[in-house]
Write a protein that binds this ligand. Structure first.
Ligand code: CU
Length: 102
């Protein structure tokens, strides 16, 4: 009986882990966009981007993001087509990953 309970606990822990991993994957879904402005002094970037379901942005829009790491701003410039990921960190839309589109 004790062994069965233990197995059950292990199985549940494994399921929990899987759902957490799935959640992280969904969160880092990449979005296509075009950089329209880079503001190095404020560590901000303006990106015109396509729909972003996770933030209920159904349509294309242009918006300003903070960047998680200022070094991201040296990798891209206005006019570049990019793919990027954003998260809401402390209530601010923040780019956590960005790269030039191939
Ligand atoms: Cu937006």
């Amino acid at each position: 009986m004790r062994k069965t309970l233990l197995l059950l606990a292990v199985a549940m822990a494994a399921m929990l882990n899987l759902s957490v991993a799935g959640h992280v994957w969904a969160q880092s879904e990449l979005t296509d966009g075009t950089v329209t402005k880079v503001d190095n002094s404020a560590s901000k970037i303006t990106i015109k981007h396509g729909p972003m379901k996770k933030f209920d942005m159904e349509d294309e829009m242009t918006m300003v993001y903070r960047v998680q790491d200022a070094a991201m701003l040296t990798a891209v410039k206005a006019g570049d087509k990019v793919t990027f990921n954003a998260e809401r960190i402390n209530g601010q839309f923040t780019v956590t990953k960005i790269q030039k589109a191939k």
